[in-house]
Write a protein that binds this ligand. Sequence first.
Ligand code: ADP
Ligand code: G6P
Length: 471
Amino acid sequence: MRQSSLVVVAMRLPIDDDVARDGACEWRRSPGGLVNALHPILQHTPTTWIGWTGSTGPAPQLPDLDSVRLHAVPLSEEEFAEHYEGFANSTLWPLYHDAVEQPVYHRKWFQTYRQVNERFAEAADACAEPGATVWVQDYHLQLVPGLLRERRPDLRIGFFMHVPFPPPELFVQLPRRAELLAGMLGADLVGFQREQAAHNFAQLATKVLGARATDRRIELADGHLVRIGAFPVSIDMAELAALAQRPEVAARATQIRHDLGDPRRVILAVDRLDYTKGIEQRLKAYSELIAGGHVKVHDTVMVQVAVPSRERVAQYRILRDRVEREVGRINGEFSRVGEPAVHYLNRPFDRAELAALYRVADIMAVTPLRDGMNLVAKEYVATRFDHTGALVLSEFAGAAAEFDRAYLVNPHDLDGLKGALIRAIEADPADVAERMRAMRAHLAEHDIHAWLHRYLTALDTGETLVAHLKR
Ligand code: ADP
Ligand code: G6P
């Protein structure tokens, strides 16, 4: 087994399942914030990335991707159902997102969750050279830091939670809450998207485990010290801005606008088809704006991109049916021949097509009910190099803590949501430009490189990793 000085452990490998299946592995980023966020570090540091291909059965041998070694962890059909779809995405995911859907508790799921976490910890043990840094990602693998520390006290272990970390009142619902907290506390540094999440975590460590905790550090009974804090994740702004300015992307944007009927305004939404994203509320707000005569379909068009996600999980299937019924209802009621009110696109797109769509959007509606960060909001801002474009942003997205110049909105408040859309639609271009300038200035300072630098410096990985990032 080849060993590395940096090991990233994430549920997903940074490749598409189709690519992995036929063995012809090439750099193809799968949709989802985590993979896109970590992409830059991989190009500059000798790293092993441990993850799952997205398919069940034996793990394939994968070729290196540039300097990155890919180590696939297998999942059986049962583990897929009970770990990924079960405990991760039907228990933790809804609970961590304000329980906007009811979390489902099954004892068996937790056993399988632990079993899969043990497999990831074993793989990290095998791939990490002595004294290496291991960086564990997200809610699928919360037990890995603790399991790994037991095996390998020589390692420096980081954990980063990409999704929200809930208030104690919600977290304590979890039947295995103490084990989940102790698992995360195996790390040297636990990072969150927002200060509030670090605060919630500290409170829980005290309440559930009796640890001594502040919002910066947690001291366990055995003397192990864990630092905690907020490290809001970001994107590669320069890369995306450059892509958005390419002539072919500009041409594609013009073409899309033309295909939409050259409307005066385009409202765009881009989400995974997930019940946390507020898709139904947004569609309803738009349809009420049409019904109330505030917008005319030929004049203000809505494009909803909704990439399929976790399709076998019941709550996601139900959501898809409901969203598609609502799109059908709106189009049935308000479209004219050749002039749909909502353009609904239910598939993945490559980065250039997404950049072209962002360029077309006069108004970007990012209105999740709860979201750890929401990179789509940041991607939109990155592509608006001419300072046009209004961002309507949910207060409940992590991005709202950074983009206070967006048109902020409570997506549960339908009238408020309509009001924010109208304000964005009718805004004075000078106001729009001033807001976009402020958001772009913030993003330029707080891009993915700044995030990686801050986190890895805090993890105190020594000079090497940080030096790589400066290049
Ligand atoms: P989440 O992490 O919950 O999926 P984010 O907004 O943080 O939400 O990240 C979503 C990522 O997935 C973004 O980088 C976005 O560009 C990408 N993405 C969203 N929709 C699509 C799509 N239809 N095709 C390809 N990538 C997409
Ligand atoms: C969010 C999670 C990631 C996850 C992604 C896509 O960004 O934080 O861990 O990979 O959604 O979801 P999926 O279930 O397809 O991996």
